[in-house]
Ligand binder design. Structure first.
Ligand SMILES: NC(=O)c1ccc[n+]([C@@H]2O[C@H](COP(=O)([O-])OP(=O)(O)OC[C@H]3O[C@@H](n4cnc5c(N)ncnc54)[C@H](O)[C@@H]3O)[C@@H](O)[C@H]2O)c1
Ligand SMILES: [Zn+2]
Ligand SMILES: [Zn+2]
Length: 381
């Protein structure tokens, strides 16, 4: 089969390899139709994620058709169209029983924190991902769901991560009616967090980024007020001014460890590797929120120490909430919203790239070329 393969930082290519096989009775093999590249894949592509091995196939956002199932699989059959949440999880351990699917205890021998994620390095379990013609899906009765007939493929693939994660980010903000919500990052996750913050009762939604074309999308898709942080000496001061000098009620970090906006943080993280990432967006979130407010973090951070303003968070009495999203937990409510016509997730898709051009896709998305917001990988026409 054809699959995307990592060759080292900034190098991915298309390769031929054996089709995956059923390795456990509860596995399924899914023939991928549509996949996507996530902002998280860029951390891998940039060589930021520990133990990303050459030869790994990325891709944790994909939908397709069940090709084969193991003998114990009960809820899926060959021919079913399925969407697969980005988390690999068992569904029955202590953590899964509490809905913490992203913290499953049974799927990742290498970590006590994160569970399993498709195509996301050996730090996250060493599973191959779905930017390929076929993918092995463990615990096939647990993760995947059949795609409802009324749901478009491009909307379904948004549910596998970006939309579920954005919504989760808004949920972690504990928004109450009328709250001022500021979202850092106007990538897919930030756009969805901003859009769904309204559904949870936000009274004002502000989005911050430095890419004007993404801020434009934040205005049209998410109906947000926008600020380009590159145009201000200090974006935190602007946020204070915009909120009667109190600060926002809720701040959502949808940027993660590769944040721009502070040269020193950039040099000590990306260049010198003295810290696991640049916490600029997280620090801005901590500074922008009012005392007693909530900071929700869905931007990705590596396991290592970073120069986070933790003392300020403590002294302001903030609530910090965060996790990798347990994607499937968000599906029932999001499906209701989509079916009711409240929004169309695929409105943020900008690129549809055939699998054979995946290297080009990574380059365009990473370098933010050509107005790219969300690139899909078309595996099967
Ligand atoms: N927690 C989860 O389950 C989960 C799931 C998916 C993605 N993520 C993470 O969410 C983050 C966003 O994902 P995405 O797909 O939207 O990525 P993306 O790379 O498309 O978007 C990130 C955006 O942040 C902007 N940005 C950079 N520095 C900033 C700063 N200091 N302040 C404000 N904006 C800044 C960039 O210009 C870009 O538009 C990534 O870190 C990704 O790994 C987490
Ligand atoms: Zn992702
Ligand atoms: Zn589990």
């Amino acid at each position: 089969m054809r699959a995307m393969e990592y060759r080292g930082p900034y190098k991915v290519r298309l390769t031929e390899r054996d089709k995956p096989r059923i390795e456990h009775p509860n596995d399924a093999i899914v023939r991928v139709q549509l996949a996507a590249i996530c902002g998280s894949d860029l951390h891998l592509y940039h060589g930021m994620m520990p133990d990303t091995r050459v030869g790994t196939t990325f891709g944790h956002e994909f939908i397709g058709v069940v090709d084969e199932v193991g003998p114990s699989v009960q809820h899926l059959a060959p021919g079913d169209r399925v969407m697969v949440p980005f988390n690999v999880y068992c569904g029955s351990c202590y953590f899964c029983a509490r809905g913490l699917y992203s913290n499953c205890h049974n799927v990742n021998p290498n970590a006590t924190a994160v569970g399993g994620i498709y195509g996301y390095s050996h730090t996250c379990g060493g599973y191959h991902g779905g930017q390929a013609e076929y993918v092995r899906v463990p615990f096939a009765d647990v993760g995947p769901s059949k795609i409802p007939d009324w749901l478009d493929d491009e909307d379904a693939v948004m549910l596998t991560d970006a939309l579920a994660t954005g919504y989760f980010g808004a949920q972690l903000g504990d928004i109450v009616e009328g709250d001022v919500v500021v979202v850092f990052g106007a990538g897919p996750v930030g756009l969805f967090a901003a859009r769904t913050a309204w559904l949870l009762g936000a009274g004002r939604v502000i989005v911050i980024d430095q890419l004007d074309y993404r801020l434009e999308k934040a205005r049209t898709f998410a109906h947000a007020e926008t600020y380009n942080f590159a145009e201000y000496d200090d974006i935190v001061v602007e946020m204070k001014k915009a909120t009667e000098y109190l600060g926002a009620d809720v701040a959502i970090d949808a940027v993660g460890a590769e944040a721009d906006g502070n040269f020193l943080q950039h040099v000590t993280s990306a260049k010198l590797k003295l810290q696991g990432g640049s916490p600029v967006a997280l620090n801005w979130a901590i500074d922008s929120v009012r005392k007693g407010g909530t900071v929700s973090v869905v931007g990705a951070y590596g396991p290592m120490f970073s120069a986070v303003k933790f003392g300020d968070a403590l002294n302001k009495g903030l609530t910090l909430r965060m996790n990798q999203a347990p994607a499937k937990r968000q599906w029932p409510r999001l499906l209701e919203h989509i079916q009711a016509g409240y929004f169309k997730p695929s409105d943020i898709v900008t690129h549809r790239i055939p699998l054979e051009h995946i290297a080009e896709g990574y380059h365009i998305f990473s370098a933010k070329l050509d107005g790219c917001i969300k690139p899909l990988i078309v595996v099967e026409e």
